[in-house]
Design a protein around this ligand. Sequence first.
Ligand code: ACO
Length: 315
Amino acid sequence: MKLLGTGSALPRHCVTNDDLATFLDTNDEWISTRTGIRQRRVLTDETLQSLAERAARGAMENAGVTGEEIDFVLVSTVQAETLSPALACDIQAALGIKCMGIDINGGCTGFIAALSVAQGLIASGQARLILVVSAEALSRFADWTDRSTCVLFGDAAGAAVVGEGDGVEDIRFTGEPRRDVLCASTPPGNSPFAINPAPAQYLKMQGQEVYKFAVSHSFRDIRDMLADHDLQPENVDFYLLHQANMRILEAVRTRLKVEPERFPHNIERTGNTSSATIPVLLDELNRSGALKPGCRLILNAFGAGLCTGTALVTW
Ligand code: ACO
């Protein structure tokens, strides 16, 4: 499988750290020094579906493919517009795509998980051209009264068209099930048979646990991927890591001993947009002209589960 084109979309509305300080007991200094985040985009009157459509359209135009040519749509999201149908179906309806479409919830690792599913579909001959979209509305997920979590998140969509080829060399995952560290729940429904249903709960997170997991696992996964392909850290042009915290990115980068230029980031502008962070960053790099044919990339994410995903890709 190879990547043929990318797209991305951010909501119009920008929320700065100073904006948050108008209704939370926080300040720009705390947020920016602990996380690197200075602003994030959040949905107001736009829908997640419209963001996903814009990102998907951009990826299809960039790849030079039409809706009729796409034969599978995979969407990664932790919270689609509706529980049913899948967000993939809404994107198909908007873009004139008629094929199977499904949503995947792999937490922040969702984009790499969707790439892996796409690779399997292509390898088994079930699809030739696949639209992969990561669309996330964490502003609906976060508790806006909890300063320890809501300041971290933003909304975004990123997309890629993938097809047959040999650009994606390796994809791997790890998992260590721990729901206590990072968890949010859906409404309990109104079944008359449910006994003491748990009420809906906004995102709850043990920040320091996630931090330690992210740094140790991202470094380990990247180191192992490099070693297994006889690569040195400097043989990779760009490391595209899940944008959750600038300090996590810096800790992994310094352990790998690579220059800052190889660790592009946009977290200062976008915040953590879950599975959308990597495809949005990829699209920004692509459109800036930084990705030359033959560029070697490592994608790496950690997320709810807890799980991690790593991909070795040649552009
Ligand atoms: N503004 C001001 N003070 C705050 C804020 C805030 N926004 N949030 C917390 N504080 C306070 C706390 O109340 C605490 O005060 P206290 O000492 O009086 O009790 C103090 O700051 C320190 O709080 P900690 O939680 O210990 O702060 P920490 O240094 O761990 O930073 C953070 C918190 C930024 C969340 C960090 O732990 C982190 O980034 N962890 C990783 C989180 C992450 O990446 N999550 C990913 C989310 S989902 C995903 O992408 C998979």
